[in-house]
Design a protein around this ligand. Structure first.
Ligand code: RIB
Ligand code: CA
Length: 306
């Protein structure tokens, strides 16, 4: 069976880091390119983290381009409360030399799509780069199999009552993607907040004798502490790898066809993903998760990162 081709646009970010690990060590996926966005931290920090991670995973051959430093029209919003000053507090990487691709993020997305067919674009941060790519070159639509995003919620948000972080940072970008006509698969807080990095999970991971296990444990200890402190959660939800797990193992998530609109107002509803079963259905929305199977996939890939 041929591998599914993906592009990952991310803002590492503790959970993005694990999504990137799965992308690099999956038998089912071929990671064509990585682009970074500003979100969990500034673009320079998320990009440095992505560069370090790709080198750590021995994948510095995969092109990595820095994306937009700001949302399309709104002011940048970062989340050091959760991800720390570096954006990936808790793990110190060896020193690598800079190896960014010469192109801007949206241009690497365009070029990678025009050189491939049936590509899945995965976003685990604000959707600014994909929106810029679609705005610069509409022909790329014909090369995208589907967009798979971590973002939104069928219920409440996490940063405001209405909105989840990735959508709230750049609602206009999300709106461009959600109205593009491209098949969309949304994994929102309604499922990702069921996937908690409990002490049992960390304890289980600490028994994995690989560099991936060590990276996971060190990152999650900081992630958990910050999630408890900032959101008052019992443990951190491991949001972003849900996108990759849903591509690797079809049995983990259940999806329902819905209509999803993005609130792009300047009210306290800004960034809300307004979900209904009305026609037309433009998004497949994750509504259920098999948590046990999810962790099986995470641990399987941590073991591969020797
Ligand atoms: O709301 C959760 C999302 O915001 C995750 O992608 C996390 O990494 C942050 O970007
Ligand atoms: Ca993210």
């Amino acid at each position: 069976m041929s591998k599914r081709k993906i592009i990952l646009d991310c803002d590492p970010g503790h959970d993005d880091a694990i999504a990137l690990l799965l992308s690099c060590y999956s038998d089912e996926l071929e990671l064509l390119a990585v682009t970074t966005c500003a979100g969990n931290q500034t673009i320079d920090k998320t990009s440095k983290n992505a560069l370090n991670l790709l080198n750590f995973f021995n994948k510095s051959n995969i092109p990595l381009a820095k994306g937009s430093s700001t949302p399309l029209v709104r002011k940048i919003m970062t989340c050091p409360e959760i991800h720390g000053e570096s954006g990936l507090d808790g793990f110190t990487f060896p020193l690598y030399k800079e190896q960014y691709d010469y192109r801007k993020g949206y241009q690497l997305i365009i070029d990678t799509l025009l050189n491939n067919e049936e590509v899945t674009v995965v976003t685990t941060g604000p959707m600014t780069n994909l929106a810029l790519a679609l705005s610069h070159n509409s022909r790329i639509k014909n090369h995208i199999k589907e967009i798979v995003l971590m973002g939104g919620s069928t219920g409440e948000g996490n940063i405001t009552k209405a909105a989840e972080f990735n959508i709230l940072v750049d609602p206009e970008a999300a709106n461009i993607c959600f109205t593009s006509g491209i098949p969309l698969r949304m994994l929102g807080l309604n499922v990702t907040r069921q996937i908690l990095v409990t002490d049992e999970v960390v304890n289980e991971a600490s028994k994995i004798p690989t560099r991936g296990g060590d990276l996971f444990v060190k990152l999650m200890k900081v992630f958990n502490k910050n999630q408890r402190g900032f959101f008052g959660l019992s443990a951190g939800p491991l949001h972003d790898p849900a996108t990759i797990v849903s591509l690797i193992n079809k049995d983990v998530f259940t999806f329902e066809d819905m209509n999803v609109q993005i609130d792009i107002s300047d009210t306290d509803q800004a960034g809300k993903t307004i979900c209904s079963y009305n026609e037309p259905h433009n998004v497949k929305v994750a509504t259920k998760v098999n948590v046990e199977l999810y962790w099986k996939e995470i641990f399987k890939h941590l073991r591969r990162c020797k």
